[in-house]
Design a protein around this ligand. Structure first.
Ligand SMILES: Nc1nc2c(ncn2[C@@H]2O[C@H](COP(=O)(O)OP(=O)(O)OP(=O)(O)O)[C@@H](O)[C@H]2O)c(=O)[nH]1
Ligand SMILES: [Mg+2]
Length: 444
């Protein structure tokens, strides 16, 4: 991983470690910014980034803007400053360079003139698009997956989370290894058609990376076994998992309910490791877990490599789905979370829907859309319903219980506790008939 000393990164690389380190450097390159442990990295100036979105022709302007706002937030979380946004509406992204020729020229002119150090795309790029864009623009090219993996890498602390991130990094890297050697081939005078040492090296690298992937998978299996044993000792108690989009307030609610000290901040993916705490409310004990947030277009590979973390959600008896109601795209977020739950096989669990940040709801409604390239800020801007209207709509629409709170202002927290107690007690009676919830203790 890019945030480990080089000597550590080389462990288990049986052959050709230098090449793989180069490759890993490529995968984790925007990470060094926010990484306090990177003693081997020399201090650099803050990186600057241009954002690029290629929505299809039907996507509403307001939505495109929201997506770019989120990409900007991700970029800032990764430690870079956004200098400009570019939007190009296309029926389909260009197969060679993702954006069309004219737009590429425009981006190139801006990047050269402003000295911006990287270009970030709101979608995933194919290995060849990545290569072509890098050749054309002559700066770092980052796609959505890489950006998210980088943030995860800078946040992961536990052995499991770090192993999961490293697996995701290598899986991202494997199909992209070819591009690494094109410039070396050129230096050696090798042409595209010439088969030479470059290809042998790529093959060697691929083998080393595959070996590392297998090793990490094995290691995760081991770690999984350990946590499975741990989880088995927790039978006889209802398990509740906080789920939701990133930055909605899950960790804040965890801290409020469990007096835990989980890191919460206004950044995306503040939590990557999961935390489990025993909570006792009105003599009703249950286990509460806080875990990684979801996001739209979460790379499937990343979901897969985070299997162990997501087991916490899969094995829960009750999900508490936290929503940031002050976010203009909160309904979109609910859909993303429900889809992700479906993907990981946790869609059929009982669920409480907690609308958080009601204190910010009105302020958010007054938000005016930003003005930027290719957008009409007035289009698609409809007034928002009142909180009361929303409450009535959601109460009527959903089968799941709904509650509106503010975790930071402590509004309706007693009601949230009461709702949890009611549901946990009912689940306890159903899951462990004849066994009183009060009788459970941690040593069982
Ligand atoms: N105004 C307001 N801010 C809140 C409320 N609840 C949480 N926040 C803030 O929202 C930000 C994100 O909170 P977290 O608890 O870290 O959110 P999270 O869902 O755990 O986020 P990730 O771990 O990044 O997925 C923090 O700055 C919190 O202080 C609330 O009720 N009102
Ligand atoms: Mg969190």
């Amino acid at each position: 991983m890019a945030n480990k000393p080089a000597s550590k990164r080389r462990q288990n690389s049986t052959r050709h470690p230098g090449a793989v380190d180069t490759a890993k450097g490529r995968a984790g390159r925007i990470l060094a910014q926010g990484n306090k442990d990177a003693t081997y990295e020399t201090a650099r100036q803050q990186e600057t980034a241009v954002l690029v979105a290629v929505p299809d022709k039907r996507q509403a302007d307001a939505l495109t803007q929201e997506y770019l706002d989120e990409l900007a937030f991700l970029t800032e979380t990764a430690g870079a400053v956004v200098t400009r946004r570019f939007v190009q509406r296309l029926e389909k992204p260009d197969i060679r360079t993702f954006v069309g020729e004219g737009k590429l020229e425009e981006i190139k002119a801006y990047v050269q003139h402003s000295g911006t150090s990287m270009v970030i795309f709101d979608d995933d790029l194919s290995p060849s698009q990545l290569r072509n864009l890098e050749a054309e623009l002559q700066v770092k090219i980052v796609d959505r997956s890489l950006l998210i993996i980088d943030i995860f890498a800078s946040r992961a602390k536990s052995a499991t989370a770090r192993t999961q991130v490293e697996l995701a990094q290598y899986q991202y890297l494997l199909p992209r290894l070819t591009g690494l050697w094109t410039h070396l081939d050129k230096q050696r005078g090798g042409g595209v058609s010439q088969r030479g040492p470059g290809e042998t090296e790529i093959e060697t690298d691929r083998r080393v990376v595959r070996e590392r992937i297998d090793f990490l998978k094995e290691r995760l299996k081991e770690l999984d076994k350990q946590s499975h044993t741990q989880r088995k000792s927790r039978t006889g108690i209802v398990r509740v998992a906080l789920v939701g989009y990133t930055n909605v307030g899950k960790s804040t609610i965890m801290n409020l309910l469990s007096r835990a000290d989980v890191f919460a901040e206004n950044k995306l993916f503040a939590t990557v490791d999961s935390t489990v705490r025993k909570v006792v409310l009105e003599a009703t004990p249950f286990l509460l877990s806080d875990t990684v947030g979801f996001i739209r277009k979460l790379p499937t590979r990343l979901i897969e490599s985070f299997k162990s973390t997501l087991d916490e959600i899969r094995e829960a008896d009750l999900l508490v789905h936290v929503v940031d109601i002050a976010h203009p795209a909160f309904e979109d977020h609910i859909a993303v979370v429900n889809d992700t739950l479906k993907d990981i096989g946790a869609a059929d669990k009982p669920m409480l829907l907690v609308f958080n940040k009601i204190d910010q709801y009105d302020a958010a409604a007054a938000d005016t859309p930003h003005d930027f390239e290719g957008m009409n800020p007035d289009e698609d801007h409809v007034p928002r319903p009142t909180l009361e209207q929303l409450q009535a709509t959601y109460m009527a629409k959903l089968h799941d219980p709904v509650i509106f709170i503010s975790a930071t202002e402590r509004t309706n927290i007693d009601e949230l506790r009461a709702l949890l107690v009611r549901h946990v007690s009912a689940l306890h009676a159903q899951r462990f008939p004849g066994q009183s919830a009060e009788g459970w203790n941690e040593t069982q």
